[in-house]
Design a protein around this ligand. Structure first.
Ligand SMILES: NC(=O)c1ccc[n+]([C@@H]2O[C@H](COP(=O)([O-])OP(=O)(O)OC[C@H]3O[C@@H](n4cnc5c(N)ncnc54)[C@H](OP(=O)(O)O)[C@@H]3O)[C@@H](O)[C@H]2O)c1
Length: 338
């Protein structure tokens, strides 16, 4: 298995990354341990989490996914084997109505919060450094220079090896790259956007961001590459929804005529290869020149094992062209030329 360079960083990652938003939400701790064991056994190394995972599970205060990973890493002694990525930005406690500078304000991208948040993540993860520290989404109330200056200090302190961003628009990313260049701050080495064959997700990323990433050498590690399960084949037209806490959200967000046509094409190609449909969706991603490693989510070892062979699945040029065609819309001239 050949590992891929993450942008201009010195990190090399397996083509399939493991997301852990499910841990402490839809996968309990023993299942999460088993999923991570199976992942590293298959050669996987990039594990993605966030401080806020998974605050949407009832009663979960956040930090639970990081804690599970921390206990697993410690019990397995695998620190050097894993490329550990986490995130800061989301709310980790109360304080919203009391003002951003209130001591209880536990969110955002201010220097004050980043300095506290990183120490909390290191403690929960039981490590003394994070490989890739990502800002989860923009913070309109804090200048990007303040955020980048704080992140640069974390790299100098040895808390963090590289920095990345997630959910940035093209202009926000350019603004950040420019600020790093101008002030000599550390620069984002990667971006984590939502990206899959489904629409409009695909074209939203390809319209402008993909070109920025290619031009400036950023690694791209997309989330929800299976559209939250839609591209696994278990959602079908006119059939009852599958058992999943995410099913209602998938139905309202992904069910559209174009997405059913995309799924039909995925199923047809999967059938031809005798492969799981999710593998086709992932193999298509890996054929895109600007993609480094899609971040998949799994609730069981079996789900993960269905996905991992995607790293070795070669789609034909005609199959890739057919998937591109069914999942695109024409770009305007300006969009084509960005
Ligand atoms: N940066 C961000 O803002 C952001 C946002 C979202 C996610 N993420 C990261 O990206 C990771 C992946 O996101 P995601 O969970 O949305 O990705 P995804 O890979 O598109 O969807 C994963 C879901 O698909 C279903 N699934 C996976 N394998 C399957 C199989 N073999 N058969 C049937 N169903 C299968 C499971 O859901 P069910 O079992 O419930 O059907 C699983 O939870 C997260 O864990 C997180 O680390 C980041």
């Amino acid at each position: 298995m050949s590992y891929r360079k993450l942008g201009k960083s010195g990190l090399f990652v397996h083509p399939i990354a493991l997301g852990t938003m499910q841990f402490g939400w839809t996968a309990d701790e023993p299942t999460s341990f088993a999923i991570m064991d199976a992942f590293v056994e298959a050669g996987g190394n990039l594990i993605d989490t966030a401080d806020i995972y998974s605050t949407w599970a009832p009663g979960n205060p956040g930090g639970v996914s990081e804690e599970i990973i921390g206990r697993w890493m410690q019990s397995r002694g695998l620190r050097e084997r894993v490329v550990l990525a986490t995130k800061v930005r989301g709310p980790m406690g109360p304080g919203g109505s009391e003002g951003r500078n209130h001591p209880l304000q536990r969110e955002g991208l201010s220097r004050a919060w980043i300095m506290r948040a990183v120490e909390d993540s290191l403690r929960r993860l039981r490590v003394d450094y994070i490989d890739l520290y990502q800002v989860h989404w923009v913070d309109n109330q804090v200048p990007i220079e303040e955020t980048l200056s704080a992140l640069t200090d974390l790299v100098h302190k040895g808390y963090v090896r590289y920095i990345g961003c997630s959910n940035f628009s093209a202009w926000r990313l350019m603004q950040a790259l420019w600020a790093s260049d101008k002030h000599g701050f550390e620069s984002f080495v990667s971006i984590q956007p939502e990206y899959s064959l489904t629409m409009p997700t695909r074209m939203n990323f390809e319209r402008e961001l993909a070109r920025v990433c290619e031009t400036y050498g950023l690694g791209v590690i997309p989330y929800s590459p299976l559209a939250g399960g839609f591209l696994t084949g278990k959602y079908r037209r006119d059939q009852p929804l599958p058992e999943s806490v995410r099913a209602q959200g998938i139905a309202s967000g992904r069910f559209s005529e174009q997405n059913w046509k995309i799924l039909d094409k995925v199923l047809e190609i999967a059938d031809r290869h005798g492969a799981h449909p999710a593998q086709v969706a992932l193999a298509w991603q890996l054929s895109r020149p600007f993609i480094t490693a899609p971040i998949v989510g799994a609730n069981t070892v079996q789900q993960l094992q269905d996905l991992l062979p995607a790293a070795g699945l070669q789609l034909g040029a005609e199959e890739i062209a057919a998937l591109n065609e069914v999942s695109s819309w024409p770009l305007t001239r300006t969009e084509r030329e960005v």
